[in-house]
Design a binder for this molecule. Sequence first.
Ligand code: ADP
Ligand code: MG
Length: 685
Amino acid sequence: MKEQDSVRSIKGIGEKTEKLLAKLGIFTVGDFLRYYPRDYDEYREPIAVSEAEPGKKAAVFGRITGRVGMSNTGRKTVVTATIKDEKSSLQLIWYNMPFLRNTLQAGGFYIFRGTVVKKGARLIMEHPEIFKREDYEGLLYTLYPIYTLTKGLTNKFMVKTMHQILENREITAEYLPEEYRNHYRLAEYNYALSHIHFPKDKKDLVVGRRRLVFDEFLFFILSVRMMKEKNMESQNTFSIKPVWETEKLIESLPYPLTHAQRRVWNEIETNMTGHTLMSRLVQGDVGSGKTIIAFLSMILAAANGYQAALMVPTEVLARQHYEELCRLVQQQSFPFETVLLTGSQTAKEKRERYEKIAQGKAQLIIGTHALIQEKVIYENLALVITDEQHRFGVNQREDLSKKGVRPHVLVMSATPIPRTLAIILYGDLDISVMDQLPAKRLPIKNCVVDTSYRPTAYRFIEKQVQQGRQVYVICPMVEESEGLEAENVLDYSRKLQEALPGDIRVAYLHGRMKAAEKNEIMEKFADNEIQVLVSTTVIEVGVNVPNATVMMVENAERFGLAQLHQLRGRVGRGEHQSYCIFVQGGKDAETKERLEILVKSNDGFFIAGEDLRLRGPGDLFGIRQSGLLEFRLADIFQDSEILKDASQAAGAILDLDRDLSLPQNERLRSCLLSYARERMEMPGL
Ligand code: ADP
Ligand code: MG
């Protein structure tokens, strides 16, 4: 098996499975191999019955007391048994597994593994796995991978197929020179790859993961640095002067710019009217007001006779920015034409817009990835802005830059990265920090609750809607998934609609929906035709509906705090008091403490730092700040030490071989190229 082979070449995978795998972004054998577990199930030391705690997964040992019972309730057969010690007892329940009545022996000694639940005063375990003591010993401390699934695929299938691929694949030639591997204590690549899926134990997992994380960072940094090389000598060939239009726009705003906004705008204006080409990152927390800065920069370019393009990661956001910019331009009677370019437009609509762009009739261009398609030819593009850049790969940025005669580049990000790390990750950019929120905002009221609070929350939501407000509810999953107890958007929106009065409209939104559907829903939400939006984190990215005042996050424990903070940024944008309800799936005290940080602080940097401190270096897989930069495994906070190592290694490699043309770097170079290609094809959401 070769990495580039289609998944169809794997034994047992036909058309149907191929389609399901495609939903997960798995098309080739290589994709499958790099589909890393989202978590691991550990076979821990078995405990006594009295040590079992509700809400926790455990292996409990004991002798079956009394007889193994069997009954029929409706269509189900129920097998029950009980294990006891001096202090407590645990009831075991299996549905539709009548054969267990014969295999389980009364008085027999077993280990039962499952999640302990409290029902009334009793502790029960539904569908525990059953082990003989000697069998369990063989499994002790091993880790069993758990993959993110889609309906129709099982974890067992993923595990089996992964084994099959690992056994039959062509070994990848190592591309990191040995001296680097030794110096940075890195495992060999193939070892790391097979052990990230099937680690012998936790230590082994850390070893395998370290190597793969290092690679992710290394490739990212190498591509950033190599791009910087190319940008170094760039002179500003555009003739841009300060204009009165931007001043006029600033004066007409219903609010004064914050000091931070003024300072950053100043930096940008100076840069664009100066001698060198701009490559700048504007880093500012959610709600700090980055959009208006982007618009001002675009107006500056347009008023000087050039085109400016703003690229955003979702159609919803593109449309929103487009409408807002149109409004401002009209209000000021500026003679500029604004166009929107998105993937879901018809061929005819697109053609019309391409023409306007090519002839220079449109000066202000806003869109999604569609902006970087081959067919778009700009007449005189002087500025390219990407909003919420963490959703874009480096190469996409570069591609957009290529569309003009190397335009000025501005990148907007709300990712709260400490400056030292930002310099590594955005080595090719100057950094402007917008470290101030607009005054007069009512602080958001926050609470961390458990699921028993839901009825209260729903009543509160109802009241808010009656007052004319709107609500977001976030669930971690799109649909139900085997072995994963987390709320999903599809079921939840149905349940919530039932729990609320019929005249409140509930709708759902997730990343797997078609762009046109997503737009429709989002537009209806913006127009308050929909009052409650149940969504995955797709709405995390920059959407602005100031009338929304409640953000309720289910299974908040499954998200990184930085990400929760971004979600919270969707409310508190208007004049009304806003609320954030973080619902914790279990009752774990540590989790609660972690989530409480969000109640105490509203500072993205502080929150990210505290999150890291509390979780500690041991928690490698529980939570990732997914959505913050597109890394598969790496977490910029958690893995900041590896990031520094990778940065140092990248420096050393490029010092000796600027363009990776030496023979010893040949493999590294080709891997870097395929990495770049892969990132280009990353789905937008
Ligand atoms: P972000 O930095 O998250 O992209 P936005 O640019 O979307 O933030 O701004 C959030 C909201 O704050 C918008 O409704 C915007 O009109 C408003 N806003 C921006 N700047 C200011 C300011 N200086 N004072 C008051 N409100 C502002
Ligand atoms: Mg924004």
